[in-house]
Design a binder for this molecule. Sequence first.
Ligand SMILES: Nc1ncnc2c1ncn2[C@@H]1O[C@H](COP(=O)(O)OP(=O)(O)OP(=O)(O)O)[C@@H](O)[C@H]1O
Length: 231
Amino acid sequence: MIHEEADSAIVKVSGLSYSVPGRKILNNVELAVRKGESVAVTGPSGSGKSTLLTCLLGLLTPDSGSIFIEGCDLARMPARKRAALRRRKLGMIFQFGELLPELSPVENVALAGLLAGMSKGRSYGRAKTLLERLGVPATETPTGQLSGGERQRTAVARALIAGPGVLLADEPTGALDAGTRDDVADLLFALPRQRDCALIVVTHDPAVARRADRQLLLQPSGLTEVLSGAH
Ligand SMILES: Nc1ncnc2c1ncn2[C@@H]1O[C@H](COP(=O)(O)OP(=O)(O)OP(=O)(O)O)[C@@H](O)[C@H]1O
C-alpha cells in the first residue's frame, strides 16, 4: 500500500541530503506527495525548509538522493529542461509575493505565462480569468500598492497560470494579519482538489499547518510525519 502511494506520487524525494561547508542541512529526506493532496512542512528556524523547497525547484543540487517531479529525475535532466519543467510544472508562492511592484496584477501573472511559453493572448486572457476567480480587483494599479491579501492572491494566480501539477509555498501567509491569513489559507488549501495538483506549504503557523492533509516536521534526523489528533 505504501508502495502504491509512492508510485502515484507527483513529487517523490528519496534519501535527499544537502550540505553547505561545515554543516549538513538536509539529511536523508523522504517525501511522497500525490496530486490532490496538501502537505505542510514545519520545523524550527534554520532546519532547512526553504532549502528543501529550493531543491524541489531544481535550483540546488543535492549531495545525494533523488527528486522526481511527475516522473522526471531532476538531477538527470539538462539544466535547460529543468528550467522548462520549473516554469511549466511547478508553481511557487513566496512569503512577500515577490511580484514586480510597478506592474499591474494582470501583467505580473501574464508574465509568468509568457515565460512558460504561452502566447500573449492566452497569457493575458488566463491571467484575467484567474485573478477574477481569486478575487483580485481588475485594476491597472501597480501591484505594490495593493493590500497584502490582494498581493498574495495575485502571487497564487501567478503560480497557477501554467497549470502546474505541483504548488510550492514558502510561508505564504507569514506577512498577513489573522483574518487575511485565513482567507488566503482557504484559497490555498482548496487548490489541490479544485485543480488536481499537489501542494507543499512551508509554515511556522500551526493554524495553517493543521489545514493540510498531512503535517511533516523537518529535523536533523529527516522529515517525519506529525501525528495530529486535530482531524
Ligand atoms: N549557501 C549557504 N551557505 C551557508 N549556509 C546556508 C546556505 N544556505 C542556507 N544556509 C543555512 O542553512 C540553514 C537552513 O536554511 P533555511 O532557510 O532552509 O531554513 P528554514 O528552515 O527555511 O528557516 P526559517 O524557518 O528561518 O525560514 C540556515 O541555518 C541557513 O543559514
